[in-house]
Design a protein around this ligand. Structure first.
Ligand code: SF4
Length: 347
């Protein structure tokens, strides 16, 4: 979206004119092979385009190879502390690695860079507020956003000096403001490189979703970000779903139905909350981008319902149904259970 450069990981393009990609991370140890593959399948079904897999020890290198050879999902190996693990991951077949500038010594990266060059591997330099070094913090005079930026810059400059430019840059923090600031600094200094964005350690539930969304939306609204992950203390498929919801809300990508429903108020004619419960499971059969409106009364209901491809507007006795702006009839509330599955199809 904002980047001039594009990287290609097993056919998955990131940056340039590619859409903003949606990523997640496997949450199962690599030696649980079948569970990892099942999680990959669920991620593919949810629309995930790349998942990171942690390689914490060389004993998991064969498991990583098994994963790569048995899943269609693009995998990026997540590497910390030990450059030898990065080389093992590349030899196992991954075509993207993430290295952490907070814990990967600069003077030990030469072999990693040569191997990545030879095998055509993309490197994500991924700084994280939880692992910036004391030296990086001191260099930034305690400014954590600046320290994240300096950590990324230090590794990026080393790789660029060696002629390696298949890079994705990222800096994450658990603070929205810090994360936004760090990413703005990176985007300003490296406007040509694809960036991965997200808030780290956002937490569970509504709070985690709101924090992640606040950070990612702020950055995307400044045209910063080519690939994202919504980090949640939850199943990885949930991260992907929220990622797409953010992109849908910002009108950057469409996945799933655009459901417009009123919050309801004392004026409501229809029980919108119950109607939405009936409608939501039926939406998965509709094509991406279809608009469905569920409205409570005649104030905004008929107009929103007419404007959407499928409209349901509450009336005193039930609901008026609209299709492509035309009324298809009024039904009693107790008929809707039966009518809606047939109504909400593209036939
Ligand atoms: S559409 Fe009607 S019921 Fe829904 S919030 Fe607006 S006024 Fe209230």
């Amino acid at each position: 979206m904002n980047s001039k450069r594009q990287v290609n990981i097993n056919g998955l393009t990131i940056g340039g004119d590619s859409p903003v990609r949606v990523e997640s991370m496997l949450k199962i140890s690599l030696d649980k092979r079948e569970e990892c593959l099942a999680q990959c399948e669920r991620l593919i079904d949810s629309g995930c385009e790349m998942a990171r897999a942690a390689l914490p020890d060389k004993k998991f290198a064969d498991d990583l190879k098994h994963l790569i050879n048995h899943t269609k999902l693009t995998i990026m190996a997540d590497i910390h502390f030990d450059p030898a693990l990065a080389i093992l991951a590349m030899e196992a077949g991954v075509r993207a690695i993430r290295i952490n500038p907070g814990n990967m010594p600069l003077n030990k990266l030469n072999d990693v860079i040569s191997c990545a060059k030879n095998l055509g591997v993309v490197i994500r330099i991924g700084a994280n507020g939880g692992s910036i070094s004391q030296a990086q913090l001191e260099q930034a005079q305690g400014d954590r956003a600046q320290a994240l930026f300096l950590a990324v810059r230090e590794q990026a400059e080393l790789l660029l000096a060696q002629g390696f430019d298949d890079l994705i840059l990222s800096a994450k923090s658990s603070s929205v403001n810090e994360c936004v600031q760090a990413n703005m600094l990176i985007a300003k200094s490296y406007p040509d490189f694809p960036m991965h964005i997200g808030l780290t350690e956002a937490g569970p539930g509504d709070g985690g979703i709101v924090k992640g969304t606040a950070c990612i939306s702020a950055l995307l609204s400044m045209k910063i970000g080519d690939t994202l992950r919504v980090s949640l203390t939850d199943q990885p498929e949930r991260e992907v779903k929220v990622g797409y919801e953010i992109l849908k809300a910002l009108e950057l990508r469409t996945r799933g139905v655009n459901l417009i429903s009123c919050p309801t108020c004392g004026r409501r004619r229809a029980d919108v909350m119950n109607l939405v419960k009936i409608v939501e499971p039926l939406l998965k059969n509709l094509p991406d981008g279809t608009s469905v409106a569920v409205m409570g009364c005649e104030v905004n209901g008929p107009k929103e319902a007419r404007h959407a491809q499928f409209g349901i507007a509450g009336t005193p006795g039930g609901a008026l149904l609209f299709r492509e702006g035309k009324s298809v009839g009024e039904y009693n509330f107790n008929e809707l259970d039966k009518i809606l599955p047939e109504f909400l199809t593209m036939k």
